[in-house]
Design a protein around this ligand. Structure first.
Ligand code: PMP
Length: 420
């Protein structure tokens, strides 16, 4: 991580600790202890403005969008479409029509693969991925390459799991059609310099597809400034609802892409044997969309923009650095990514204790974290382990929860002694 960037984060004003009170779930108990939710890379808790926006939709104007001629349906459609403009501003594009609502990151990445990928990748072509991708940004490309007799190329990563521009350059060829990588990875928490990577990709005439599931939470995307072709993220990792996500696509590329899912509202004229399709983004939004969730996503984006990314980054960085210090100080704990504190993700193992066994110790202490391969078996292979523990931090966590994580890790380290 660029030291100037980290300095800017450290010197920005701290978030008000009262932010925690915006999240009702921070007040619950588990096993009779205050619930410490440290599984934020899997999904985040939801603040009141998001819950209230969704509740208001269902109570006051829960009508269909684009499918009703009455005043209330019009209100629902207006609210829904205004979120498209909010998302566009958030992502840094002047084009709301570049914003496709999806079911989440997985759906967005699959859409790019099944539409754009099917269109441009042929036999002998190459698709570049990294060995640290989530399955959602790995398996679709792997399977596309198998279908097309194309080559899946793995770009080398540095010791922190970061894809450096020179390393990407070393695998680019005239057959490279697509480069798919994460903004921030979900196990190593490695943050990519997307602007530099996009420049390499475009010099070779390929397109860059970014999995923004983790990145969008910790660094505000700038799709136009960074010259990104596709960027997918999920609402539920950004303090918004489940079941909704966004795919940003460069307008000129979306224009060329065929729809993948067919049905209501994505058509222009349906003739007996032929159908013409609507323009993007509606071409890619067949069927009834999750209206309340889109409205909740809009509220989540308003919420984070109101707090400001700098304050959120400072908070998460402080918590993660505290956890890195504490865990690295324990004799039997190995932290895999101590350099990547900016991303709020910490992957570690306790020597001699399987992560699944350890996770039951954390659970008894009222702490939620994740154990396993984190939907990235390629990363486990890259690390040379079967599974890890993963603690991940968000704006409502506090130092006492980090300290409980460290104490529980000591206990989990004694797990073998308890067993035998
Ligand atoms: N990519 C990354 C890096 C992720 O962390 C996740 C969620 N674990 C996904 C993709 C998939 O997101 P979703 O399940 O919301 O589609």
């Amino acid at each position: 991580m660029n030291p100037d960037f980290l300095y800017a984060i450290r010197t920005c004003p701290a978030l008000d600790p009262a932010v925690r009170d915006d999240f009702p779930m921070t007040g619950i108990q588990s096993h009779g202890k205050p619930f410490a939710y440290l599984n934020n890379a899997a999904t985040t808790l939801k603040p009141l403005p998001v819950l209230e926006a969704m509740d208001r939709y269902y109570r006051e104007y829960g009508s269909p969008i684009h499918r009703g001629a009455d005043r209330i349906a019009h209100k629902a459609t207006t609210a829904f479409e205004s979120v498209r403009r909010t998302v566009a501003r958030f992502l840094g594009t002047p084009h709301p029509e570049a914003v496709v609502f999806t079911g989440g990151t997985t759906a967005g990445l699959n859409l790019v693969c099944l539409s754009y990928g099917e269109l441009v990748v042929g036999a002998g072509d190459e698709v570049v991925v990294t060995p640290n991708e989530h399955h959602a940004n790995y398996v679709p490309w792997q399977q596309l390459c198998r279908r097309k007799n194309a080559k899946l190329v793995l770009a080398p990563l540095d010791a922190n799991g970061c894809l450096q521009p020179e390393a990407l350059e070393s695998v680019m060829t005239e057959r490279t059609r697509i480069v798919a990588c994460s903004h921030i990875t979900n196990v190593m928490g490695a943050a990519m310099d997307l602007r530099a990577l996009a420049a390499v990709v475009h010099r070779h005439g390929a397109v860059i597809v970014v999995d923004g599931a983790q990145g969008v939470v910790h660094e505000r995307p700038d799709v136009v400034g960074w010259d990104i072709d596709f960027y997918a993220f999920s609402g539920h990792k950004l303090y918004g609802p489940t079941g909704v996500g966004v795919l940003y696509g460069r307008p000129a590329l979306l224009e060329k892409m065929p729809p993948v899912v067919m049905g209501g509202e994505m058509i222009d004229i349906v003739d007996v044997y032929e159908t013409s399709f609507r323009e993007p983004p509606w071409r890619f939004e067949a069927g009834t969309l999750p209206v309340a969730e889109v409205i909740g996503l809009g509220a989540a984006i308003d919420y984070v923009l109101e707090l400001g990314y700098c304050g959120m980054q400072k908070k998460v960085l402080g918590l993660t650095e505290r956890a890195v210090r504490g865990l690295s100080g324990l004799e039997n704990v190995h932290v895999y990514n101590p350099e990547n504190a900016f991303s709020g993700v910490l992957s570690f193992n306790i020597r001699g204790v399987h992560p699944h066994d350890a996770s039951s110790v954390y659970d008894r202490e009222g702490i939620a974290l994740r154990a396993g391969h984190h939907c990235s078996q390629p990363t486990m292979r890259w690390l040379g382990v079967g599974a890890t523990l993963r603690a991940s931090f968000a704006i409502y966590n506090d130092d006492s929860e980090v300290d409980r994580l460290i104490e529980a890790s000591k206990k989990a380290g004694d797990f073998l002694d308890v067993l035998f």
